[in-house]
Design a protein around this ligand. Structure first.
Ligand SMILES: Cc1cc2nc3c(=O)[nH]c(=O)nc-3n(C[C@H](O)[C@H](O)[C@H](O)COP(=O)(O)OP(=O)(O)OC[C@H]3O[C@@H](n4cnc5c(N)ncnc54)[C@H](O)[C@@H]3O)c2cc1C
Length: 296
């Protein structure tokens, strides 16, 4: 992915506010760092780590290098029974103090682990040269900590509301799309069909490939994907070459009536799909209504 996903304007404004609050210190919230997950002692429910605004500092348990610019990082909860408590689809706003910077940096990242998983969560983070948060996160080693400020809700998914979804991801934009895919397929009561179109620069950027393959194997007829690689070298091995084009989507998105479309990728890809200031995007030209399309 050649570009950085930006926070929506509303979030960016909030982020500034959060920064100011953070700089002046909100003792009450800081005191919650390292505290046990928020839960009433008498509840039988596993405690939820992220139930609202407040600092939560988690220890990094393990790091796995995925490719030339991406790592998977597992953060452990202080209580091994605790769950994240995030709803499908959510991201977490991280709060970090990169080396040499006085002001904190706030950036959202999307857990790729099962949202009901107890004891830990996993992030997948792409590193941008000179990227403030991603450089800091990539510098962490097991035993270090990362602070989270608040969950950010994305699309409120309702099982079976649509018979079919089309998920279109570009590069590291696969993370929210993957969270949605696994949330749907891991729910035995949800029968939604899913077709993924995943566009990347090179084959090594096909993140979560094994996981997606496994879902395809487990859910034949319900989950399928097309990978398209812009800089494809040598054998194609079932991969398409190029960008996510109208021609490609026409062959995948054949059931347009009640379908919902999810999009997450670099700005250029999102603009070509959704359009910009009066110009129609590919999805519009294919007959999708505005309300059918959700951009993370
Ligand atoms: C809801 C949401 C969820 C997200 N989830 C994830 C996630 O799960 N995983 C993930 O990795 N990201 C995710 N992101 C993106 C993430 O929040 C950050 O925007 C990203 O990590 C860059 O932040 P940074 O502080 O490292 O870079 P910044 O300091 O913000 O700046 C990056 C700057 O680096 C420069 N740059 C340097 N090299 C490059 C390059 N190769 N390409 C483009 N620009 C370059 C650009 O000029 C750019 O302005 C998500 C974003 C949103 C909005």
């Amino acid at each position: 992915m050649a570009q950085v996903r930006r926070l929506p304007q509303s979030l960016a404004t909030n982020t500034t506010l959060f920064s100011v609050l953070a700089v002046f210190g909100i003792g009450a919230y800081c005191a919650r760092s390292h505290l046990l997950p928020r839960v009433h002692a008498e509840s039988n429910e596993p405690p939820a780590m992220f139930s609202g605004f407040g600092f939560t500092t988690l220890r990094l348990q393990s790091v796995k290098v995925v490719n030339h610019n991406t790592k998977r990082l597992v953060f452990e909860f202080p209580d091994p029974n605790a769950r994240g408590g995030l709803s499908l689809t959510s991201a977490l706003l991280t709060f970090s103090r990169p080396k040499g910077r006085w002001l904190p940096v706030l950036r959202p990242y999307t857990p790729i682990s099962d949202l009901n998983q107890q004891g830990s969560l996993e992030l997948m983070v792409k590193h941008y040269p000179n990227g403030k948060a991603s450089t800091h996160i990539h510098s962490l080693v097991p035993g270090d900590t990362l602070t989270f400020l608040t969950p950010l809700k994305g699309y409120s998914w309702v099982p079976n509301q649509h018979p079919q979804i089309y998920a279109i991801a570009g590069g590291a934009g696969i993370t929210p799309i993957y969270q949605l895919i696994r949330g749907i397929l891991d729910n035995p009561n949800d029968k939604t069909k899913i077709n993924l179109v995943f566009g990347v620069n090179s084959e090594q950027d096909l993140l979560l490939r094994e996981e997606l393959e496994e879902y395809k194997r487990r859910f034949p007829g319900r989950f399928d994907y097309v990978y398209t690689v812009s800089q494809l070298e040598g054998e194609t091995g079932g991969l398409k070459k190029g960008y996510v084009t109208e021609e490609l989507l026409k062959t995948v998105a054949t059931d347009r009536g009640d379908a919902k479309v999810f999009v997450c990728g670099p700005p250029a890809m999102e603009t070509s799909l959704i359009g910009n200031r009066g110009t129609k995007g590919i999805l519009d030209r294919l007959g999708f209504e505005k309300e059918q399309v959700y951009k993370f």
